[in-house]
Design a protein around this ligand. Structure first.
Ligand code: GDP
Ligand code: MG
Length: 296
């Protein structure tokens, strides 16, 4: 008769390790200027941070983003620390000539892989390599109600092989419910026709359970988001929202927009998978290419 071995304590062991070391999670936002990228970055932090910690600068006007800039905050919950970094990028495709406008973004992504690689091959390798690799890239689609722009397709197509792309529909409070549903459907179709592999990629579903979970998510994408870093009082509760002449759009209310869906998807259900796909697929592709260059 077999006694208790204790294999199941692995979960507890992993928990302890993570509690000690914490972990990095890095999100990048990309898209045309004015689509609310910087605002959404603040929304993400505020919805995660501010309810607990005070001292957040209020009513600061968000300046126009002019360079790629990473902002980090360490969030802690139940003794587990996450260093959440959001990489904000300047308006993409704002120029008259947009040839190669994805290059600075692509360069940034590769530079983080290179940094990680350098640390990995270092003789006196750090016990834990700081991870600045971009785990997901939120691509902001303009809420035109028409089609994706050629540039959107081009960017996502190029970058989808080096980073997890998650398309989102920006400023979705500017569309009616029907327009939103129709636009989402159209964008999904165009992504498919364009052969764009956004995250969660079908080919990486590991089993039937994964597939059925991810199918539901893929059918709900791209998430139609609204961003705001202002708080209002609604039914005695402080909520993040946008005040309009006809009422308050509550950013975290699932009846108003899909920001909460996106956040839960990123942080609560797919964070570990985003990190694994980044490491095992995207980084591995980069690494293999680099080592080939050197060896050959
Ligand atoms: P970025 O250039 O993409 O970083 O865009 P910003 O975050 O700087 O926002 C540009 C403008 O759009 C600002 O006036 C924001 O207040 C506004 N804005 C941001 N998010 C939303 C949104 O979800 N809905 C609406 N209607 N306006 C938004
Ligand atoms: Mg900006």
């Amino acid at each position: 008769l077999l006694g208790y071995i204790g294999i199941d304590t692995i979960i507890e062991q992993m928990r302890k390790k993570t509690m000690k070391t914490g972990f990095d999670f890095n999100i990048m936002v990309v898209g045309h200027s004015g689509l609310g990228k910087s605002t959404l970055v603040n929304t993400l932090f505020k919805s995660q941070v501010s309810r607990r910690s005070a001292g957040w600068a209020r009513d600061e006007k968000i300046p126009k983003t002019i360079e790629i800039k990473a902002v980090s905050h360490v969030l802690e919950e139940g003794g587990v620390k996450m260093k959440l970094t959001v990489v904000d990028t300047p308006g993409f495709g704002d120029q008259i000539n947009n040839d190669n406008c994805w290059e600075p973004i692509s360069k940034y992504i590769n530079e983080q892989y290179e940094k990680f690689l350098k640390e990995e091959v270092n003789i006196t390798r750090k016990k834990r390599i700081p991870d600045t690799r971009v785990h997901c890239c939120l691509y902001f689609i303009s809420p035109t109600g028409h089609s994706l722009r050629q540039l959107d397709v081009e960017f996502m197509k190029r970058l989808s092989h080096s980073v997890n792309i998650i398309p989102v529909i920006a400023k979705s409070d500017t569309m009616t419910i029907e327009e939103r549903q129709e636009f989402k459907q159209r964008v999904r179709k165009e992504l498919e026709m364009g052969g764009i592999e956004f995250y969660p990629q079908k080919e990486f579903d590991e089993d039937m359970e994964d597939k059925s979970d991810n199918d539901k998510i893929r059918e709900a994408m791209p998430f139609a988001v609204v961003g705001s870093d202002k708080e209002y009082q609604v039914n005695g509760k402080r909520v993040l929202g946008r005040k309009t002449a006809w009422g308050i759009v509550e950013v975290e209310n699932p009846n108003h927009c899909e920001f909460a869906l996106l956040r839960d998807f990123l942080i609560r259900s797919h964070l570990q998978d985003l990190k694994e796909v980044t490491h095992n697929i995207h980084y591995e592709t980069y690494r293999a290419k680099r080592l080939n260059e050197n060896g050959g």
